[in-house]
Design a protein around this ligand. Sequence first.
Ligand code: ATP
Ligand code: ZN
Ligand code: ZN
Length: 805
Amino acid sequence: MAQIAQVLVDVPTMQTNRPYSYQIPTAWQSQVQPGMRVVVPFGRGKRRVQGLVLTCDDVTTFDGDLKAIDAVVDLAPVLNQEGLQLSAWLAQTTFAFQITCAQTMLPAVMRAKYEKILRPTAQTSTAVQTEIFQGQLEVNYDQLATTPQAVSRLLRLQAAGEVDVYYQVKNQARRKTVLGIQSTLSAADLDTELAAVRKGAAKQVALLKGLQTLNGEVITQKDFHQRFDVSEAVIRTGEQKGWLTRPAIEVYRDPYATADIQPTKPLHLNDEQQVAVDQIVAAVDQPATTTFLLEGVTGSGKTEVYLQSIAAALAQGKTALMLVPEISLTPQMVKRVKGRFGKAVAVLHSGLSSGEKYDEWRRIQRHEAQVVVGARSAVFAPLENIGLIIMDEEHESSYKQDDAPRYHARQVALWRSQYHHCPVVLGSATPSLESRARAEKGVYQRLVLADRVNQRPLPKVSIIDMKNELQKHAESNFSQALLVALQDRLDRHEQSVLMLNRRGYSSFVLCRDCGFVLKCPNCDISLTLHMDTHTMKCHYCGHEEAIPRICPNCHSHKIRYYGTGTEKVEEELRDLLPDARIIRMDNDTTRKKGAHAKLLTQFGSGEADILIGTQMIAKGLDFPNVTLVGVLNADTALGLPDFRASERTFQLLTQVSGRAGRAEKTGHVYIQTFNPDHYAIRFAQHHDYEGFFKYEMRMRHQGGYPPYYFTVQITASDLDEAIAAKRMYQLLQWLKPRLSSQTVILGPTPKPIARVNRRYYYQIVIKYKQEPQLTATLSTLLQETQAQQRQGLQIAIDVEPLHFM
Ligand SMILES: Nc1ncnc2c1ncn2[C@@H]1O[C@H](COP(=O)(O)OP(=O)(O)OP(=O)(O)O)[C@@H](O)[C@H]1O
Ligand SMILES: [Zn+2]
Ligand SMILES: [Zn+2]
């Protein structure tokens, strides 16, 4: 009987997107299991790649040529049956390679690192020995192959059989270990040694007494030193005398080891919170795969609902997964969850070092953590027996990954809820239209928190028409009303938050006299400024026209592209309010690890009066002393060529407004805009999510956009613009007869940023209501384009894209 493993190789191409058979050497037959990483020979020569075992089968006969597994990387599977099934599903639904999906699900350090190695052969001449190997048994290829001449020399040596090329697969995952102390003496021996030690040798006595106290337990040398006040020199003496050994013991790199986190107790819930918790807990206990949409205004205490629901899952002996957008994974949120569940919590986000991530991941896999809080990719956390999945700020577009696999964490969360048979809670003050529409149809169960905790009012929102302001004081970023309000907060020692919306920055033109934004005559979507061609383009239908010099609406000459930077705003503010202490948060000031957290902590502890920032300050912050929020430019996102522009603007304004007046003091919000009558801004002013939802649904219905239609975006890119465009037209011809007549295909159009990294991008968008064969059709399309992919053309498929740029 022999054993054969089906292995996915780490070669992400269309041709290799299927398992390969390898023989399992007899010695390892009971060890190799599905979900383990192995090293296998692949292709010609001595190439070695990492692989993932999918299945192991006993067979009686096999083709004699079958290659054998070279090495086993893991002692235990890194993906369990759920993980393997999930990676297959992900590959199929996002049109990605299964190996890429599996890698996405694992910590980055578990990806193999490949090294090319040169070794001497029997024919290696002495000259080559000295020149290349210099007395070593092997040398790294990349260190020698630094110039084209060197490469061709090495190739010639290889052809002449003077050097051999090998490939090494390196495991980058490293555990962190420290020295431990373990007594080698029995209790009786310890007594004997103690009696034998000289009277004056107080330090050795302390060491032996310490070992006695350990009673066979192993602790770190550091802890030993702290507990018994014994120096390393004395410990080493003890080691030489054979009293103890110093084994390496593994320690976790804990990013929050030094964080000061106070334990918290469940709060007494208000009526609305109680209703929500009761319903969720009932589904946890049952268990049922219900998906809840928790629609709670800003400051309504959604987090407390999450925490008490998680507690119910833990009480059932189950685990819980809580997803939050990267940006709101502030120390505040971590503190809240860790404060409630302590050591049971593992945290996963991009701010951690790769070692910290690896350790948190293993704590989860070893069942040492039962609650996971993390950003998008934490949806793959290796939790077993999940009792509840929560997705906070479910409308956030950062839950969708832009690169392959182009998955949405919400879809993965729903898949895992089916697998584990557990409920999902999608929470937001401003749910995505898609989710809210599903709740309307009864697919999701809606839970509402209509009021802020303790009946605190939502802040008053004033809209400032910047067209009037500009006539009064030229080109300032600050209206008079906002300035007065800022000064007032300074006088009262209260804090302010100012947001400058950077999205859509200077990509569209706006009339500073009437607020007019140029739109496509066919699509009713803003045209985008293309400086390369000096034209305005529609990214949906391809319509193109000249950049206007005068406003088509009011004939003003003040039509120009729009935008300013946070740094400039800060400068102006320092001039206007010289006494104010200001913290600026944008991509520049938060680039360093931990900077984001540090700035927020400073602001939270009152070290500044004003926090200026980009969208990154809009969400999740809960600072009681903030009573003023100013939005400097509400319009930029409105101008984006995207049917979700209004939705994003409404969400952003509502979220940022929600930062004001969360505690005793009442809040006030000022929104500066050139479009004071735009419905997104008006509904945000009145905190009217439901009103916005109804209105926007009508707009989507008229325009034929999601959630009334599903969308798929196909992109082709090539170094040659003509090839990318031509291929897109061929693709269109190929697709048309394969889709139903109700389905609409938009484009091909050049992508808004048509040229990135010297590649040209063209896209088509498929809008459909029902297309049961679509997945199969698109898979075929990918198969058929593989030959061209090798020649440099790349095709990407994005299901339900969130951005069309
Ligand atoms: N039942 C309660 N009693 C007293 N205080 C509460 C209660 N529930 C929540 N809070 C407090 O209310 C504040 C707001 O809660 P939380 O931050 O969870 O709101 P949220 O709904 O998540 O808002 P946002 O969407 O703006 O982030 C927090 O300081 C929280 O501690
Ligand atoms: Zn158009
Ligand atoms: Zn105008």
